[in-house]
Structures are given as structure tokens and as C-alpha cells.
Write a protein that binds this ligand. Structure first.
Ligand code: NAD
Ligand code: DAU
Length: 341
């Protein structure tokens, strides 16, 4: 049995990866280590906790707390860390950048220190295409310069650079993946796709930033999980791998697709003032991960269709999240931003 510590495993991508990993690797024991911030949710792992009682353990903790991380690694004889834990929402990073630096930079440093001190077999960092900044034409390769423009992307880039420094200076066995936008089950409904789907279900306006012509590579979360898994299994130490579908979609087209799937009118779209410093386009060159044998299984149309269906079928999951702190955040984020057409 190999024991893998999955930090941030109670979040959106982390929980999808935990489920995928337990299904795929019979010889893995998974320890989820998660602080349970507003974005962490044990409902995301309810079925996992039930189905894998013998190979799944949950530990509540902060990745920036070195003693707690060392305690969890020692207590469960962990050999590999896969780090999903992060503050992840660009809009929140514009409001309060401090916690992004604490988790995404300092927390990554703490995990790397633990990997170094306890001589772990492997450390994998889950990163993002946002570290390349906006690419108006062409595609970002792993060799491109980092050109971050938001506190979120700057913090993620800080984490990536620390990983490379620990590989180069101390020989910590590191790999990094940089994924494009994920969509699918269990995504906290502050991100554009789950926000728009759940608002549309309830006939609440969909706040579309600026002209809606910004482009993102919306990939299905399980494709991303498979990409991470391939790199954890076959990636070369000290290397970065981009993971994305390779197809970009404008936000307005993503919004129309959601409304069409739900049979709702386009009049629900409410243009709002743009996000400050909004990156216009991300696009990844994914040939390097494809050389490891990975390819995405879902087109944008399949991904958005499965995603919409999941939120329609799982209102029990998201309806209780759209209360309390969420509503306060929503008001702070969107009130007074409506743009008359
Ligand atoms: P998420 O916000 O849904 O979940 C983050 C998880 O990390 C939560 O469970 C939260 O409780 C936990 N966490 C936050 N701070 C922590 C801390 N200090 N200690 C321990 N746990 C902490 O995020 P997500 O969308 O699932 O993203 C997961 C990872 O993938 C992040 O590193 C993110 O940068 C990266 N990523 C996300 C996307 C995307 O489209 N969502 C794309 C590419 C890369
Ligand atoms: O590219 C990968 C990144 O994708 C991840 O690293 C981030 O963690 C993840 O949050 C996501 O970042 P984005 O900023 O691209 O995702 P978000 O869902 O916030 O926004 C997607 C697009 O939709 C973006 O162009 C902004 C726009 N948008 C977003 C919101 C929340 C709107 O038009 N209206 C909105 O209300």
C-alpha cells in the first residue's frame, strides 16, 4: 500500500481526484488534508467516505501549519504529497490578497520543507494556466515566461517557482501540472459556470463581465484529474506539464450553451462592469502531457452538458451553499455593477 496525502482534497478538483484515485489505484491509501475553508466541503467526499472506509482518511489542517503537516505525514506514513490546496478565486484575490499569499506561496513552501525533511518519494503541485498571464494569440508552452496579472495568479506562480527552487537546490522530487479552467460536479458556485447554471435554474440574472468575449479553455474536471494522475505516475522530475483540452470558448458562448441546455432565455444575461485586470484569453500547448499518453475525453459540448445535468440533479449539494457568507460575498462582488445596454 502506498499512502498519498491529498491536500485540498475537500475542494472541487481535489475531491474529484480523490474519487478517481481510489477507483483507479487499488494499492493507494488516501489521506485528505484540508483546512475546510468556505470552499472546502465534506459533502464533496460523502460517497467516498462511505465506499472506501478502509483506504480513506480525513484530517482537518492548514498547509501553512508545519507541525500539523509533519504530524499527518508521520502518523499515516505518507510517501507522496499531491497539493491541490489553494485559495483559488480571482475575484476574491482582488478583494483580499493576504490569504492567497499565505496558502498558495507560504503553504506550498511548508509542504516542500516537509517533503525535503522527511525525504518523501514525491511532491506534485497542481497549478494553473493563469501563471502565463493572458495570451492574445498562440498557446503557452511550459517554457514560456510567467507573466501574472492578478494576486491569485502571482501567488500560484510563487508556489510554482518555490517548487522548482526545491527541486534544483535540494533535490525534492517535484512535478507540476498547469491546468486550464475546470468544470464539472462539486464546483463552488462562485465560479462562472456553476454560478451561471445555478442562477439560471432559479431565474436569477447571470452577471457576465465586460463584453463577454474573453476566452477560456473549459475542460471537464475528470480529464484534468487523469492528466494529473498521468504526470504523477509517468512525469519526469523537475518538469512542468500543461493540461487542457486545447479548445477555447468565449464566455458569451459558454453562457448561451448553459441557457440553451436549461431552456432559459438569453434575457437572463446581465452585463456587469469588467473584472479589473481581466485576462482576455488563456490557451495552452498541451503536446508535452499528450506525449505521456494522456488525451482529453470530453469536448466542450460534452463537458458543459454533463456539468449542467449534474447541477440540475444535485440541488441538495449547491442550494445550501448559496446562503450566509455566500450571499454577503455575492452582494459585495456584484451590487451596483449592472451595465445598461
Ligand atoms: P477549491 O477552491 O474548490 O478548493 C480548494 C481546497 O483547498 C478547499 O477544500 C479548501 O478548504 C482547501 N484549502 C484552502 N486553503 C487551505 C489551507 N491553507 N490548508 C489546507 N487546505 C486549504 O479549488 P479548486 O478549484 O478545486 O482548485 C484546486 C487546485 O487546482 C488549486 O491549486 C488551483 O489553483 C488549481 N487549479 C484550479 C483550476 C480551476 O479551474 N478550478 C484550474 C487549474 C488549476
Ligand atoms: O484558468 C484556470 C483558472 O480558472 C483557475 O486557476 C482558477 O482557480 C479558477 O477560478 C479559474 O479562473 P477564472 O477567473 O478563469 O474562472 P472564473 O470561473 O472566475 O471565471 C471564468 C470566466 O468568466 C472569466 O473570464 C471571468 C468570467 N466571469 C466570472 C464570474 C465569476 C464572468 O463573466 N462573470 C462572473 O460572475
Amino acid at each position: 500500500m502506498k499512502t498519498v496525502l491529498i491536500t485540498g482534497g475537500a475542494g472541487f478538483i481535489g475531491s474529484n481526484y480523490v474519487r478517481y484515485a481510489l477507483q483507479t489505484h487499488d494499492d493507494w491509501r488516501v489521506v485528505v488534508y484540508d483546512k475546510l475553508t468556505y470552499a472546502g466541503n465534506l459533502d464533496n467526499l460523502r460517497d467516498v467516505a462511505e465506499a472506501y472506509k478502509d483506504r480513506y482518511i480525513f484530517v482537518r489542517g492548514d498547509i501553512a501549519d508545519r507541525e500539523a503537516v509533519v504530524g499527518a505525514v508521520r502518523a499515516h506514513d505518507v510517501g507522496t504529497i499531491i497539493n491541490f490546496a489553494a485559495d483559488t478565486h480571482v475575484d476574491r484575490s482582488l478583494m483580499e490578497p493576504g490569504s492567497f499569499i499565505m496558502t498558495d506561496v507560504y503553504g506550498t513552501y511548508v509542504l516542500l520543507e516537509v517533503a525535503r525533511e522527511l525525504k518523501l518519494e514525491r511532491y506534485h503541485q497542481v497549478s494553473t494556466d493563469e501563471v502565463y498571464g493572458q495570451v492574445l494569440t498562440g498557446r503557452s508552452t511550459e517554457e514560456d515566461k510567467l507573466h501574472t496579472r492578478s494576486p491569485y495568479s502571482a501567488s500560484k506562480a510563487g508556489g510554482d517557482l518555490m517548487c522548482m527552487a526545491y527541486y534544483t537546490s535540494f533535490g525534492v522530487p517535484v512535478t507540476i501540472t498547469r491546468g486550464s479552467n475546470n468544470i464539472g460536479p462539486y464546483q463552488y458556485p462562485e465560479k462562472a459556470v456553476p454560478l451561471f447554471v445555478t442562477n439560471a435554474i432559479d431565474d436569477i440574472p447571470l452577471p457576465l463581465y465586460g463584453d463577454g468575449r474573453q476566452q477560456r479553455d473549459y475542460q471537464f474536471v475528470l480529464d484534468h484529474c487523469e492528466g494529473i494522475d498521468v504526470v504523477v505516475e509517468k512525469g519526469q522530475l523537475g518538469e512542468v506539464y500543461n493540461v487542457g483540452s486545447g479548445t477555447e470558448t468565449a464566455n458569451i458562448d459558454m453562457t448561451h450553451a448553459i441557457l440553451d441546455l436549461l431552456g432559459k432565455p438569453y434575457s437572463l444575461i446581465q452585463p456587469v462592469t469588467d473584472r479589473p485586470g481581466h485576462d482576455r484569453r488563456y490557451a495552452l500547448d498541451t503536446s508535452k502531457v499528450r506525449q505521456l499518453g494522456w488525451s482529453n475525453r470530453h469536448s466542450f459540448e460534452q463537458a458543459i452538458e454533463q456539468t449542467v445535468r449534474w447541477y440540475v440533479d444535485n440541488a441538495w449539494w449547491w442550494r445550501k451553499l448559496k446562503t450566509g457568507e455566500y450571499l454577503a460575498y455575492y452582494k459585495r462582488q456584484y451590487a451596483g455593477r449592472e451595465v445598461k445596454e
